[in-house]
Each structure stands twice: as structure tokens, then as C-alpha cells.
Design a protein around this ligand. Structure first.
Ligand SMILES: [Zn+2]
Length: 306
């Protein structure tokens, strides 16, 4: 990404199942490949799905990747020989949405990235809010079901928003719905061997299958319960919903907004807008680029994202 925020090169790699060393090798190798295309690069930025202790420079806990207790920035600076900016991935996605997207001009905003898990970020007074050491904003791990199912990955919680309302939950509920409605489009797709993951449910919902749509309504209403809790705590102007699962669009947004209208307290529920992210999958990357740019120039840049 250049100083005006223009993205010149992008590489997308699957990293599921990679161990720590392999993962760091992939990060370093990818960075080197991009650097070969743009040799005058000044700094690198990383958004990682970790709870971070900024004072100690550690990625302390990462629910979905093997990055626990790792001095991530120092390790990557040594491997790349470049200044490295790094932060929680959803923090950076919200930074990008605030600068260029759905939360533009808001000074109080929240973001949920709904994918394999649910990432969260808080913007307060126009700046990212990080808490005492940098680990704030884990909005996917608020409890919405006291004795609910065990959470995913390394989270010791039960009934977290993430475990009942993520893309993974869409797939799980889709599998249940396919068995309950074998004659539906979803039921027939699963019987024919397609794996009931969130992408399949979303595809069939857009194609008009009522069973797939009802799965998204169920998960969207759960997402709405999470949003109600957060709106009561933070009284934000905007809640941005992003991540891969938002390919479902209004099938998730509509039920989430309906629950907020039913259960939210005034005035918070009346002033907040619940919006889909406008940078899509690029948000985290653009935010990491912004952080790297600001590290390189030592101040907030006037970059505009295109
Ligand atoms: Zn959790």
C-alpha cells in the first residue's frame, strides 16, 4: 500500500492447520515476495487475531492461531529487517472502516467481524480503545448463553457470542436444519455430499431456499442479542458488522436489527446504526497498511483508500 492508501499488490494464502514456525515462515515469505515487487517498502503492518499486551510487546493469547505468548512485532522485525506495526486484526479493520468506510466520521463505534470466530473492536472519542494493556474489545467473547456450549479454540468460556453466532455456528445450525428438512434445498445439498458450512448456507439463502434463510435468521437474531448488550454498554453511533459471514448481507443484518428494535433501550437503540462493513475482506489489510504507514511517517497520514 502506498502513501495515498492505494493497494498495489495482494497475495491470499490458506493457513489453516499451520503450526507456529510454519505460520511465521509463511508471513515472512509472503512479505519477501511482496517486497520483491516493491523494493522501496518502508514498513510492514500485521493484523493478527490475538489478545495483545502492548506494554510487553506480546501476542498473549490467540484463540484460533498458534501465536500465544509470542513477541510478535520483535520476531517479525528481526525476520523482515523492517519496522513492523501490528495490532489485533479487528482493531485494524475498524481503523480502516473509520477512516474510509462504514464508521467514517463517527467518534463512537464498534465492530464485529463474523467469520470462523467473532472478532471485536471499540472506537472511543475517534480513537481505538485498547484497555489497560491492549487486550480490550473481545466482543465475540461476551456471554449470551449462561450455560451454553463451550466456546471455540482457546477460549475457556461457555455460550460466548462467538460460539452461537459466528460463521462456524451458521454451518453447525445448517447441518441440523438439513437433517430436520431433508426435502429443502439445504437438505438436498447436504444429502448430495456438500458440506454444510456457512458459505453453503449463504449461497442457498441467496438462491431462495427458505430453510437456509431460516438458519441465517436464527443466527442473525443471536447476533442481534450480542449487539443489544454492546449498544447498552457503549451507546455507539455505529455498529459495523464485517467478516466473511457478512456475505449473507441482509439475511443476517435484518434479524439483528429487528432484535435491537425489540429489546434495545432508548435512547441508545434509536441513535445507533447497524451497518455492513464497506471495505469487505480488505478492511483488516487496509488497516494494517494504515498502521504501517503511520509507523513509517510518524503521524496519522492523509491517505485515502481506493
Ligand atoms: Zn469465547
Amino acid at each position: 500500500m502506498d502513501a495515498e492508501g492505494f493497494v498495489h499488490h495482494r497475495v491470499r494464502l490458506a493457513i489453516a492447520g499451520a503450526g507456529r514456525d510454519e505460520l511465521l515462515d509463511i508471513f515472512a515469505q509472503t512479505s519477501e515476495e511482496l517486497r520483491a515487487l516493491a523494493p522501496d517498502v518502508a514498513s510492514a503492518g500485521f493484523g493478527i487475531p490475538s489478545l495483545i499486551d502492548r506494554a510487553r510487546g506480546l501476542s498473549v493469547q490467540s484463540v484460533h492461531l498458534p501465536l500465544d505468548d509470542l513477541p510478535f512485532g520483535a520476531v517479525m522485525e528481526e525476520r523482515l529487517g523492517l519496522p513492523v506495526a501490528w495490532d489485533n486484526d479487528t482493531n485494524l479493520a475498524l481503523l480502516a472502516e473509520h477512516r474510509f468506510g462504514a464508521a467514517r466520521d463517527a467518534s463512537e463505534a464498534l465492530m464485529l467481524t463474523v467469520g470462523t470466530g467473532i472478532g471485536g473492536a471499540i472506537l472511543h472519542d475517534g480513537e481505538l480503545y485498547r484497555g489497560s494493556v491492549g487486550a480490550a474489545g473481545e466482543l465475540g467473547h461476551v456471554t449470551v448463553d449462561l450455560d451454553g456450549p463451550p466456546c471455540q479454540g482457546g477460549c475457556p468460556g461457555r455460550g460466548c457470542l462467538e460460539v452461537v453466532a459466528s460463521g462456524t455456528a451458521i454451518g453447525r445450525e445448517g447441518a441440523i436444519a438439513a437433517v430436520a428438512a431433508p426435502e429443502s434445498g439445504l437438505g438436498r445439498a447436504v444429502a448430495s455430499g456438500r458440506v454444510p458450512i456457512g458459505e453453503l448456507v449463504t449461497e442457498l439463502a441467496h438462491a431462495g431456499d427458505a430453510t437456509a434463510q431460516s438458519v441465517l435468521e436464527l443466527v442473525g437474531r443471536r447476533l442481534g442479542v450480542g449487539v443489544v448488550n454492546l449498544v447498552h454498554i457503549f451507546n455507539p453511533e455505529v455498529v459495523v458488522l464485517g467478516g466473511g459471514a457478512m456475505a449473507a448481507g441482509d439475511y443476517l443484518l435484518g434479524p439483528a436489527r429487528a432484535v435491537l428494535a425489540e429489546r434495545g433501550l432508548r435512547p441508545s437503540r434509536d441513535v445507533v446504526r447497524v451497518l455492513a462493513a464497506s471495505l469487505g475482506d480488505d478492511a483488516g489489510m487496509v488497516g494494517a497498511g494504515l498502521a504501517a504507514l503511520e509507523l513509517a511517517v510518524g503521524e496519522r497520514s492523509g491517505a485515502t483508500w481506493r
